[in-house]
Design a protein around this ligand. Structure first.
Ligand code: PMP
Length: 749
């Protein structure tokens, strides 16, 4: 090596040290008065072109400090194929830059600003450069080639992580691809990560490693830099603003570049985790995640919690752009009342103008991001990429009705029924829980030839006329229609507030219900396994097991409304009735079934379906259409793939235990109940009298809203906090909710 240096560069090195290289051999060379990096590469035409392109670009900076300068061989060239260690290798020499790495120093506002300025100055020069080798290169690490990484998503072992990445791929296609042709293009460094940036005295002084040079959209330079500068920060937007502001002062950014930055940063994070996963798969001996991989995953989670609207606002503010004026919630409410009846209520004293959502987060139009601890309809997560893709694909292919034959109906029906015991083997698809309840009652009446019905106190089953007739929550309301003569109401088997508690409560309540059921001939008895509108009240253990045989003995049918409780939400069980050790004759499904797409269903026995078939044709224009079936099928798949029932069990138990702890601190929490991620927390004025504290429950709900957490209240006194979040909810999310409830209660005390 010494000889080679003497021969080709005309000086005698004092010291030669071999450096760790990824796929090339590098040497640190010291002469009397300078240090150099001697780089060698495997010999190939492509690499030679690459290295020459890199040298050509670096020569643009030969007058500036802070860049490795190519050092010429004695013959004036900057690159040669020479024999190193008996192998022909591509060789080049670069000047060595002194300094500490950005990763190793303390971070400050000043440092970040100098980073922004440095990058902008570099990019001003790079903008003047033309290089066809770089321009024709397509590879995974150029953000605008994101799609090349899709094949690596499958290499990420955890399904829930794959979904987050797939979500950002989808968002990239939605938000970046359409504007990409309009964005400024340039050659960019493309790898301004914390180990490529040199620092001295709290200032960025240099940048190394031009091996990732790319022809890309200019803003990708910042997307990469911001990713690595901020991916270990608790408040990444604050730090990003320092870099952006300083960059913008030197090289002004355009509004549309700012508008896609959130998605480009997300895309870079995805590229990073995809490639880490891929290389781990290729080299399974490297089982450990690198620190950059861990940080990238953390930032992906933080990025979801922040959301695109808040991020764009922060980026705009950083470069002095006014945020687009959005309509106020008052304006929007006023307009709504022009067209929409006030009978459709809006949540909160201060309503929320929602614009987007992802997984367990919702983003309003004003840049606030909410933790959704309330909405159970987006069961597997808001905007889940598998569900979105299923809908988009099928909508672009075929959407028709059950008068034709198509695969997705049969396939989905089979998949859904596989979740039920053998006796429940026929399904009718409709478009809502209400339509399912309505149809269930028709089926029960058709099968039994009777009209009487026994329903649950405080129960709710739907908004159709039959739905209201069987919903005590509605017909017993002050403004309700009252109880119809064919309805019998069973007292809610509530072990907290009701008259029975303890081990026999279920039996005692069932006995009472049996007595009532004999008042008239009934077609069916309907209840939810956990009475949601009643305030998340689980039926006392043993209740249905004692009651169902009696209903059947009398010739009635047993209906379980699983609209709220189904699809694994309760953690221990996929369906709520399982917790009671019974099998119903009819099951009603809705809400989570389509993750927000309107699907409902009635699942029943062959005998009941046959009785119904003797009547007039049943047809639903939309029930069971191919789009709904594909979406429903995707939901089932995601629950399975991501282990969401298990997450509901583990996270739900943890969440409840946190509330139990809080109950010990604050006696105003009278009861904590529910199962999995279906939780009720009842507020009382006095734990002994159990007098409900409606006002406090409302106060907590509204205060949580102000702290960007969504929950709701319900129950006969509206004194129960309901939490039933998307099943991707995490323990950290649970910590945040309970911590804020604690803060509200402390402030109140
Ligand atoms: N059953 C239960 C238990 C419900 O909670 C609801 C809706 N809140 C329904 C039925 C009716 O469903 P939908 O609103 O989809 O008509």
């Amino acid at each position: 090596m010494k000889k080679l240096i003497e021969q080709h560069f005309g000086f005698t090195p004092n010291e030669i040290n071999k450096l760790d290289g990824y796929d090339n051999q590098n040497f640190l060379i010291a002469s009397e008065d300078a240090k150099y990096i001697f780089k060698t590469y495997r010999n190939s035409g492509e690499t030679l072109d690459q290295v020459e392109a890199e040298n050509q670009t670096l020569l643009l900076f030969s007058d500036s400090n802070g860049y490795p300068n190519p050092v010429s061989f004695s013959d004036g060239s900057y690159c040669k194929v020479l024999e190193v260690d008996k192998e022909k290798r591509i060789c080049r020499m670069l000047s060595f830059l002194e300094g500490q790495f950005f990763a190793e120093v303390e971070h400050s506002k000043n440092l970040f600003e100098s980073f922004g300025r440095f990058l902008a100055q570099m990019d001003l020069t790079l903008q003047t450069s033309v290089n066809y080798t770089i321009q024709s290169r397509r590879w995974e690490w150029n953000i605008t080639d994101l799609e090349l990484n899709r094949k690596y998503i499958a290499d990420i072992p955890e399904a829930s992580k794959r979904s987050k990445v797939a979500y950002f791929f989808q968002q990239y296609n939605e938000h970046v691809l359409p504007v990409l042709p309009e964005l400024r293009k340039s050659i960019i460094h493309n790898d301004a990560n914390e180990w490529n940036i040199l620092v001295k005295d709290d200032e960025v002084t240099g940048i190394i490693d031009f091996g990732d040079l790319a022809h890309s959209t200019l803003i990708c330079e910042l997307a990469v830099a911001l990713t690595y500068a901020c991916y270990d920060k608790e408040y990444p937007l604050k730090w990003a603003a320092y870099i952006l502001n300083a960059y913008h002062r030197v090289l002004p950014l355009q509004e549309r570049e700012i508008s896609v930055l959130y998605y480009l940063i997300a895309a870079r994070l995805c590229i990073s985790v995809c490639n880490s996963a891929h290389s781990r798969k290729e080299k399974p001996e490297n089982t450990y995640a690198t620190s950059s991989e861990v940080k990238a995953w953390e930032m992906i989670d933080r990025w979801l919690a922040i959301g695109p609207i808040q991020a764009e606002q922060a980026f705009r503010e950083a470069v002095g752009l006014m945020n687009e004026p959005r309509r106020t919630t008052e304006e929007l409410s006023m307009e709504r009342f022009q067209f929409i009846s006030p009978i459709l209520s809006v949540s909160y004293k201060n309503p929320i103008y929602m614009e987007r959502a992802a997984f367990q987060y919702m983003y309003d139009a004003h840049g606030n991001s909410f933790l959704d601890a309330y909405n159970n309809i987006p069961h597997v997560g808001h905007s889940h990429p598998k569900v979105v893709e299923a809908g988009q694909r099928q909508m672009a292919k075929l959407n028709t009705n059950t008068r034709y034959l198509y695969d997705s109906l049969n396939r989905y029906a089979g998949q859904l029924l596989a979740k039920f015991p053998e006796s429940l083997n026929k399904v009718f698809f409709v478009n809502s829980g209400s339509a399912a309840s309505d149809l269930a009652i028709r089926l029960a009446r058709a099968h039994t030839g009777r009209s009487g019905l026994m329903v649950m106190e405080h129960g709710y089953h739907g908004n159709t006329q039959i739905g209201i007739d069987i919903s005590d929550y509605k017909f017993s309301n002050k403004a309700g229609q009252g109880q119809k003569e064919f309805i019998i109401k069973a007292p809610i088997p509530d072990t907290y507030r009701g008259k029975y508690s303890g081990r026999d409560a279920g039996q005692l309540y069932a006995k009472e219900a049996i007595g009532l059921s004999r008042q008239r001939e009934i077609a069916a008895f309907i209840t939810e396994p956990v009475v949601g509108c009643g305030g998340q009240v689980p039926l006392a253990p043993g209740y249905l097991k004692a009651l169902y045989p009696e209903i059947r003995k009398q010739g009635g049918i047993c209906i379980s409304d699983e609209v709220q409780t189904g699809f694994g939400r309760l953690g221990d069980h996929y369906w709520g009735y399982e917790a009671q050790g019974v099998i119903p004759d009819l099951v009603i499904l809705g809400k989570p079934m389509g993750n927000g797409h309107p699907i409902g269903a009635v699942v029943t026995t062959r005998e009941i379906a046959d009785s119904f078939s003797k009547g007039v044709e049943f047809f639903s224009s939309f029930g069971g259409n191919p789009v709904s079936c594909e979406i429903g099928s995707a939901v089932l798949q995601v629950i399975e793939d991501e282990g969401l029932q298990e997450n509901a069990r583990i996270t739900g138990n943890y969440y409840q235990s946190l509330f139990e702890d809080l109950k010990r601190e604050f006696p105003v929490i009278g009861d904590v109940r529910g199962s999995g991620l279906f939780i009720g927390v009842e507020l009382v004025k006095d734990p002994d009298t159990k007098e409900p504290d409606t006002h406090l429950a409302q106060h907590i709900k509204n205060e949580l809203r102000n702290r960007h957490i969504l929950v709701s209240t319900d129950g006969p006194f509206d004194s129960v906090i309901k939490s039933k979040p998307p099943l991707c909810f995490t323990k950290a999310n649970a910590d945040r909710v309970v911590e804020e409830v604690r803060n509200v209660l402390q402030e109140k005390a």
